[in-house]
Structures are given as structure tokens and as C-alpha cells.
Design a protein around this ligand. Structure first.
Ligand SMILES: Cc1cc2nc3c(=O)[nH]c(=O)nc-3n(C[C@H](O)[C@H](O)[C@H](O)COP(=O)(O)OP(=O)(O)OC[C@H]3O[C@@H](n4cnc5c(N)ncnc54)[C@H](O)[C@@H]3O)c2cc1C
Length: 365
């Protein structure tokens, strides 16, 4: 039986991008994916934006480092983002500006006149905003397919309907078994299982880190007027909604964050109703129809930073988890960095400005 250098659990954007990067570095790689197809969970359910400030100042270096790769490969379409606020949110807007002042993100305060020009039909109570010109839409399906394709081209085996069920390590090699009873061998086991990251750790005898999945809902609305194609991503500075245009429709989220067990997430009626109610308080557009709704899981470590690198206690076990709400937009730099950490390679142009210790699994007691 082949002994792979790396077996990666999960073929979402995390597993796919890391598989491609490890194979690019010359390693032999196997990816095990529980579902019929890669991308069924969080990766297939995102709101598909690249937003410099999303996830906080400690995520900005990963996002910016990924931007060049995403642009170069044609996965970004410029959109711009606005964090909007009411009179009473002035303090929040100021605090946001200070928090990101030295982060590398390009942001500026704008007043009602400019805001009105960017969001037609904006209700009067929204008086100022922060404008982030670099925000872009991401072609998520294209990016995921790019990494899966690159991985396959470089000889990576991607086994679907292969849910890891058992893992044991003898003489420096993992023996892995899926729920169908197929077995595999690998020197390093990489946990890229998204919402199931803690479960995968436990079944390999590794201490869970407390990676918690939270449900997030998105609704697709038909509105009158339909949103302009160049409407920015509009986010509430107080964090109670965001929306953006998507081929003549509005994608709207109530920015919900309900802690749940890892599962096939489904939208709750209440979250959708709240989203529409909040949206109607932002613009004077009529909501004509709720066309589609979905939910997905965003999984965070306790400090809300991702976890990349070898487990400090169990030899041959590595984490690539806790991608939260920024796992797509950070994937190129995150995967490159993780591949460097796992193979012992030096940082390169893409990762040079990233402090990997921020994301180390060793930061947890
Ligand atoms: C509504 C919503 C909007 C979002 N919007 C954005 C956005 O605009 N921009 C952005 O960058 N990010 C966004 N995100 C976050 C982004 O989607 C995630 O960070 C990212 O998809 C996580 O990727 P992943 O590969 O870690 O997880 P997943 O895509 O969930 O992949 C994990 C995989 O592991 C598999 N797995 C689990 N257990 C096992 C096992 N035992 N054996 C084998 N396989 C297993 C699962 O089947 C799954 O396919 C959003 C998320 C949601 C829910």
C-alpha cells in the first residue's frame, strides 16, 4: 500500500488549496472527502467576497497576500465595500478606522453625500460610512476548481465518499480507515475538516482546540429597483447585516452567528425574516420575492484566528482549520504558508510579510 507524505481530511477550499501547494512542493498527497463532491459544505455556501478588513487586523496580511494571486489568476471582480452607520454609530466608525489604521487595508471615511451616490434609495438615518475601494467579488467555484485541478494534475488522489472514521499511528506512519472500510497510509495527517476539525482531531487521539461552528444565513431577494451591478458590498458597522448585488438580485445576510454542532446547515425562517426587516430599514426598495435561502457554517478557534501547522503534542498531526468567515479570501496565502510550515520550506514573496506564529496551534494551552 502506498504511504503518502500527507493525507488531508476535507476537500473544501482549505484541503484543495493545501493539496495543490504541497504537491507543487513535490510531496505525495491524498485527500479524503466525506461527501459525494468537494465543496458541499462551507466552501459552496459563501457570499463570495474578498474584503480587506474582514476577520480583523490579524487576518489582513493573509487577505492582502492572497489578493495578488487571486487577481493574477482572474478570480476577482472589483466591487468596493461600504461600512455604513447612523448618527449614533459615529464612535463605532471612528474605532474601526483606528483599529485598521496600521493594518495595510485601504479605507477612508465618507459622508452622506458620497454615500447617497453609491447606494441609491438609502434611508436618511444612514449618515456616514467607511469606503473600502479594493473589495472584490471572488469566483469561488472557479478558485476551488483551479486548486482541485492543479492538485489532480500533480498526481494528488482525491477520494470522495471517504469519511475518515479511524486513525492510528505506528512507527511514524498513520493508518487511516474510512467509513466504507477502505484503508490508507500517510506520514502526516492534516486536519482540514472545517466544522468537523475537532471531531477529526479526537478520532486521531489529538486534543481538540475548541473549534466552534457558527451558522450564517444568506437570502437571495428580487427587489424593485433591482440593485445596480456596481452597487458596493454594504455592511452594517454595528454588524447586523450585509448585502451585495448578484446578477440582478440582492444577496442579503443578517450576519447571524448561532453556535451549532457540525452539520449540513439549513437556514432558519427567523434569520431570513430578520434579514429582510433590517434591509428594509436601509433602503427604500421593495422586496418582491425571496427566491432562495441557504446557510453554512463558519468555524472559529476560541481567539477567532485560524490554526495552521503541526500539533505541538501529537507527532505527524497538522491543523489547517478555523478559517471562519475568511477562508476563501485568504486561501492562496494560507495554503502557501501552511505548505511551507509542513515541509519546512522557507517563506517566499507571498508569505514573507505574514507572522505564522499568530496562527500556530501551539498558542493554545
Ligand atoms: C454564509 C457564508 C458566507 C461566507 N462568505 C465568505 C466570503 O464572502 N469570503 C470568504 O473568504 N469566506 C466566506 N465564508 C467562509 C468560507 O466559506 C469558509 O471559511 C471556508 O469555506 C472554509 O473552508 P474549509 O475547506 O475549511 O471548510 P469546508 O468547505 O466545510 O470543507 C471541509 C470539508 O471537510 C469534510 N470532512 C469533514 N469531516 C470529514 C471526515 N471525517 N472525513 C472526510 N472529510 C471530512 C467535509 O465534508 C467538508 O467538505 C462564508 C461562509 C458562510 C457560511
Amino acid at each position: 500500500m502506498t504511504t503518502y507524505d500527507f493525507a488531508i481530511v476535507g476537500a473544501g477550499i482549505a484541503g484543495a488549496s493545501l493539496a495543490a501547494e504541497l504537491a507543487e512542493a513535490g510531496s505525495s498527497v491524498l485527500v479524503l472527502e466525506a461527501e459525494d463532491q468537494p465543496g458541499y459544505h462551507s466552501t459552496g455556501r459563501s457570499a463570495a467576497f474578498w474584503e480587506e478588513c474582514y476577520g480583523g487586523p490579524e487576518i489582513v496580511p493573509l487577505t492582502i497576500a492572497s489578493g495578488a494571486y487571486l487577481r493574477e489568476h482572474g478570480f476577482l471582480t472589483p466591487r468596493g465595500a461600504l461600512y455604513i452607520g447612523r448618527e449614533s454609530d459615529a464612535g463605532e466608525l471612528d474605532a474601526f478606522m483606528s483599529r485598521f489604521a496600521d493594518s495595510g487595508a485601504t479605507i477612508e471615511r465618507i459622508g452622506r453625500d458620497e454615500l447617497e451616490g453609491r447606494v441609491p434609495g438609502l434611508r436618511e438615518s444612514w449618515t456616514s460610512a467607511i469606503w473600502e475601494p479594493a473589495c472584490a467579488d471572488i469566483d469561488v467555484a472557479g478558485l476551488h476548481a483551479h486548486y482541485l485541478g492543479r492538485a489532480r494534475q500533480l498526481g494528488v488522489g482525491i477520494a470522495c465518499r471517504a469519511r475518515l472514521a479511524a486513525a492510528s499511528r505506528t512507527d511514524g506512519v498513520w493508518t487511516l480507515a474510512d467509513t466504507k472500510g477502505e484503508t490508507y497510509r500517510a506520514t502526516v495527517l492534516v486536519n482540514a475538516a472545517g466544522a468537523w476539525a475537532d471531531d477529526v482531531a479526537r478520532l486521531a487521539g489529538v486534543k481538540a482546540l475548541g473549534i466552534q461552528p457558527y451558522r450564517r444565513t444568506v437570502a437571495q431577494l428580487r427587489t424593485d429597483p433591482a440593485p445596480d451591478a456596481d452597487l458596493p458590498l454594504v455592511l452594517d458597522i454595528a454588524g447586523s447585516f450585509y448585502f451585495k448585488p448578484e446578477t440582478g438580485r440582492v444577496w442579503l445576510s443578517p450576519h447571524d452567528e448561532d453556535p451549532v454542532e457540525a452539520c449540513d446547515a439549513a437556514p432558519e425562517e427567523l434569520a431570513v425574516a430578520e434579514a429582510i426587516d433590517r434591509f428594509e430599514q436601509v433602503v427604500d426598495w421593495k422586496v418582491l420575492a425571496l427566491e432562495r435561502k441557504w446557510a453554512g457554517l463558519r468555524s472559529f478557534a476560541p481567539d477567532r484566528l485560524p490554526v495552521y501547522g503541526f500539533d505541538p503534542q501529537v507527532e505527524g498531526f497538522a491543523w489547517f482549520a478555523g478559517q471562519g468567515g475568511f477562508g476563501i479570501q485568504t486561501s492562496p496565502a494560507a495554503a502557501r504558508l501552511a505548505a511551507q510550515l509542513l515541509t519546512g520550506a522557507a517563506s517566499d514573496e507571498m508569505t514573507r510579510t505574514i507572522d505564522a506564529t499568530l496562527y500556530s496551534p501551539a498558542r493554545f494551552p
